[in-house]
Structures are given as structure tokens and as C-alpha cells.
Design a protein around this ligand. Sequence first.
Ligand SMILES: Nc1ncnc2c1ncn2[C@@H]1O[C@H](COP(=O)(O)OP(=O)(O)OP(=O)(O)O)[C@@H](O)[C@H]1O
Length: 328
Amino acid sequence: MSIEPEIRETLGKINVAASGRTLANLNLLRDIEVKPDKIKISVAGAGLSASSQQILRQDISLCLKPLLNKQTLEIEYISVPLNELNHVKKVVAVMSGKGGVGKSLITGLCAVALNRQGYRVGILDADITGSSIPKMFGANQHLAGNEEAILPAQSRAGISLVSTNLLLTNQDDAVIWRGPLISKMINQFWDDVLWGELDYMVVDLPPGTSDASLTVLQSLPISGILVVFTPQGLVEMVARKAVSMAEKMGKPIIGLVENMAYLKVPELDKKIEVFGTGHGEELAKSIGVPFIGQMPLDPALAALCDSGDIEKYQHPLLDELEGAISRS
Ligand SMILES: Nc1ncnc2c1ncn2[C@@H]1O[C@H](COP(=O)(O)OP(=O)(O)OP(=O)(O)O)[C@@H](O)[C@H]1O
């Protein structure tokens, strides 16, 4: 009986230096050849610096030592196109009609909710000029990689993150690029990143119904869209606009999320409807899309985002988000 499956399973568990993920998870383990006198392992070198490749070589040798039966071991690094290494099962985008309604925050919470259910999740931050995802997750490491691919950063809970802010030397630097450059960057985040095996990718779209949002909707294989809005009349109107744009592009709407629906004051045990009574459910009904739920304006959530601890947040809306996305 061939020992190839056993070798694949054993090596698949090795953690790849600088990635926070395993060889199997990154899909880097390619051919395994077992001969009476030799075992040959082919590994895709995408995203791995020379030192990461060296460390991995040692880890593979160490792991295989007990399985070698007088055979020699050969480990080779090969070049494999990224589209053969990246398998993203579902891509969902989070959209808003206008800026500042909490689109990035809901993107982050969707990823947290899916990750808690054991799914492999990545966030592609396409909000290039207003990127706030890394801060919420406390990620500040510069993205690593080699000439073949960029490696995503990892959140504490293991969510893969790619954002312009993780490419800047100083995260406070402003990104003042024009449309075409932004579109190019977003495409690179899809084409040139080693995402590996992911169950879900959540895309934080640029705010509004701008060219940049259109580019993302056209160029990425998005299977569904969540629309975030707040309970002001004007914002509801732009939410309708966002839904209509998504529908025109043939992208199904997963549902509407009403953010900042009310202010939670635990000391008073009271809900204050800062922006007036929300009509989220009615709005969703009138547009003919599902209503996922409401998120309060919660000072505890704002504090967790500021300290990079969004993954600690607990709220029933997270289950609703996970359910809506996984059913879509
Ligand atoms: N429900 C909420 N409770 C507390 N703070 C919130 C809530 N929603 C959003 N915020 C805070 O409001 C700010 C804006 O949110 P966010 O960055 O998610 O908006 P956005 O719609 O993505 O903005 P833009 O479109 O301009 O990028 C952030 O500091 C975020 O932490």
C-alpha cells in the first residue's frame, strides 16, 4: 500500500513560517512521488521568502524522517500559477450607499461570525482609500511574500487579511490615488495574493456606488451582496440605490443590515433611537430583499474596534449574519 496519503496528511499539518497557516491550508503541497529508493516532494514556492523556504525544507525533512525507509528525500520548489493554488468557495461583498455607515465594521463582523463556525475566512479590503479593517483586527504587520505572491496577514483567530494599510510603511499615511490605480490594486489583491483554501472571502467594498465599487462587482466572482445602511431617510434612499446597482449587475442581494439602529445605554437599560425609528424590515420588504437584522450603536463595540479586538465582540446579529451568508 502506498504511503503517499500518510505523507500528504503529515506534511499538510506543517505551519508555514510567516503565514500563520498550514501547508494544506495554503495548498502549497503539490506532487509526492514515492519510489523504492527515493521520496520526492514538490512544494509551490509562491509567497515564501528564501528563509521561509529554508525553514520549511527543514520541517519537511524532520517530519518525514520516521517514514523514510532507506530512501533519500528530495524537496523541490516549483512555480505554480496562483489560480491553481487559490480555491475560494464563496465571495461575498459588503456594500453601502454612502460612507461612514459601518460597512467596514459589518465586513469585520461577518468574517468573525463565519470564523467562529470553523470556516476558513479571508477579508479582501477593497476600500483602498478608507481602509479600516487592519486596525479593527489589531493587525499591523507588513504583508510578506516573494515575487510570485503576497501572503495575507492573519488575525488572532486566523482570518486572512489583505489591505492597502498593510502595505504602507506608516498606516496613518493617506492613500490619494486615482480611480484606475485603485482598480488595479483591487485586482491585484485578488490575482496576486496567495489566499489558498478559503470557504469564504468577505470583500469590504469602497463606499457608495462609485466606479471603484463597480470595478469590484465586475472583476471579482462575487456570489452575493450585503447592503448596510443606517435609519436616516436619506441613507435608506441610498440603500435602495445600492440594491438597484447590485441587481443591475446581476448580483444577488443576501440581505440588508441596519447599523446604528439605536443607542444601547446599559446603565439606563434603555434604547435611544438616535436617528429615528428604523424601518429596516419595511424597507427590505418594499425592495423585495431579506432583512438580516439590526446592530445597535454600541460603545463597547467601538472600543473593541479601536483596540483591535473586534474578534471578542458578542451580539446575536453575528449568528444572523453567519446564517444569511451560509444559506446564500
Ligand atoms: N454599531 C456601531 N457601534 C459603535 N461604533 C460603530 C458602529 N458602527 C460603526 N461604528 C464606528 O463608526 C466608524 C465608521 O465605521 P466604518 O469604518 O465601519 O464605516 P464605513 O461605512 O466602512 O466607512 P467608509 O465607507 O467611509 O469606509 C468606525 O470607527 C466604527 O468603529
